[in-house]
Each structure stands twice: as structure tokens, then as C-alpha cells.
Design a protein. Structure first.
Length: 254
């Protein structure tokens, strides 16, 4: 790529070098001129287009602020276009990846389904064979059991019938014994009631006799006490008479 010095570039644009420097300062937000290690400016085709546009805008009598607004709008539009391009590229890449991933997943799913179907079929066949063999063994076993147990079943039925008859007979015997036991209990209960009534009457008679004897003793004790009191009174009265005679004799002596 061809490059130019500041003087060469100013001549190419058709303005003085100081104008180029001023435009760089005024519009530094939209242009950045590369430099050498020594600090000298290096201009390329990209800078030529930018500064030619700035010159054309000034020739149209636009002011600095108007040119900045124009550049800002252009920069916004350019950024928007870049963003849209980037978004479209990302979307295309994503769609491509999703499409590829979808086909890959679909292929994997089909392979997995085929593999699982084969495994299930093999296992199912094995299970069916095993079940058939077990069913055959079970049928043979049941047939042998039925054949060998027919006689046992007849004998068991006969034994059950005998047991039933014996149980019925035993039940009747138990019922008879129970009835006899109930009758015996009734007789014993009646005898017990009669004995209890006799003992009750005898006990009350004994209490009545004891009460009469106790009352008799009380009466006798009252009589003895009254006789004692009467005897004491009589003795006291006799003594009082003696005492009065002695006082009377003493009074006569005085």
C-alpha cells in the first residue's frame, strides 16, 4: 500500500499542511493518522478519502459543528451497518451450526434407536425362550402332581367326611353334657339358696335370743342399783337421826 508524507499528502488534497493538522485536531474522534517510531505522520488511501470529504464539506460552506454532526451520523450509520453485518454473520453461523447440530442429533438419535431396538429384540427373544422353557417345565410338574395326588385327594376327601361326621357327633355329645351340666347347676343353686335362707333365719334367731338376754341383764342391773341406792338412803337417814339425838343431849346439858 502506497503511503505519503504530510507535505505530499497536503499537495494531493490541495490544502496547506497546517490545514491538514488542524482538521486532524478538530475531527480526532473520527480519524487517527498512523505515525512512525520517530513520530512522523504516514497517510494512506483511507486518509485521502476522509480528508477529501472534509474539504468538500467546507467548500459547501458548512461549519465545523455541522461537519461533526454529519460525521457522527455517518459513523452511527456505519456502526449500525457493521453491527447488522456482524449480527447477520453470527446468525448465519448460528443457523449453520444449529442445522449441522440438528442433522447430527437426528443421525445420532436414529442410530441410538436402532441400537436400542436391536438390544430390546435380542433380550425379548431370550426372555421368551426362557419363559417357554419354564412354562413347559411347569406344565410337566403340574401334570405329575395331579397324577400322583389323585389318590391322595380321594383319601383326603374321605378323611374330611369322617372328621365332619365325628365332629357333628362330638358336638351333639358336648351339647348333651352342657345341658346336663346346666341342669345340675340349677339344682345346686336352688339347694344353696335354701341352705342360705335357713342359715340366715337361724342367725337372726340367735341375735334375737342374745338381745333378750342382754335386756334381761340390764333390767337386773337396774334393779340391783336401785336397791343399793335405796339401802344407802336408808342408812344415811338412820345416821342422821343418831346425830340429831346427840346434839339434843348436849343442848340440854348447857
Amino acid at each position: 500500500m502506497k503511503s505519503y508524507t504530510l507535505r505530499e499528502f497536503a499537495t494531493l488534497i490541495g490544502v496547506p499542511p497546517k490545514t491538514i493538522k488542524q482538521w486532524e485536531k478538530d475531527f480526532k474522534a473520527y480519524i487517527s493518522v498512523p505515525r512512525t517510531k520517530q513520530g512522523a505522520r504516514i497517510y494512506t488511501e483511507a486518509e485521502i478519502n476522509f480528508f477529501q470529504n472534509i474539504k468538500a464539506l467546507y467548500e459547501k460552506k458548512l461549519k465545523k459543528q455541522e461537519i461533526m454532526n454529519f460525521l457522527k451520523a455517518q459513523d452511527t450509520e456505519l456502526n449500525t451497518e457493521k453491527e447488522m453485518m456482524v449480527a447477520n454473520e453470527e446468525k448465519m453461523a448460528t443457523d449453520s451450526k444449529e442445522t449441522t447440530l440438528h442433522f447430527q442429533q437426528e443421525d445420532i438419535r436414529k442410530k441410538v434407536e436402532e441400537y436400542v431396538a436391536n438390544i430390546v429384540k435380542e433380550e425379548t427373544d431370550k426372555v421368551i425362550e426362557h419363559v417357554d422353557a419354564n412354562l413347559l417345565d411347569l406344565k410337566n410338574c403340574i401334570r405329575n402332581i395331579v397324577d400322583s395326588n389323585e389318590a391322595t385327594a380321594d383319601s383326603l376327601i374321605h378323611s374330611i367326611q369322617q372328621l365332619k361326621e365325628a365332629t357333628e357327633h362330638h358336638g351333639q355329645t358336648i351339647q348333651q353334657k352342657l345341658d346336663n351340666f346346666q341342669d345340675t347347676n340349677k339344682e345346686i343353686l336352688e339347694e344353696f339358696k335354701e341352705t342360705l335362707q335357713e342359715e340366715k333365719e337361724e342367725y337372726f334367731s340367735m341375735l334375737e335370743r342374745e338381745r333378750s338376754l342382754y335386756e334381761q341383764k340390764i333390767i337386773e342391773r337396774e334393779r340391783a342399783f336401785r336397791a343399793l341406792v335405796l339401802s344407802f338412803r336408808e342408812s344415811a337417814a338412820a345416821e342422821m337421826k343418831k346425830t340429831k339425838k346427840w346434839w339434843k343431849f348436849w343442848t340440854m346439858l348447857k
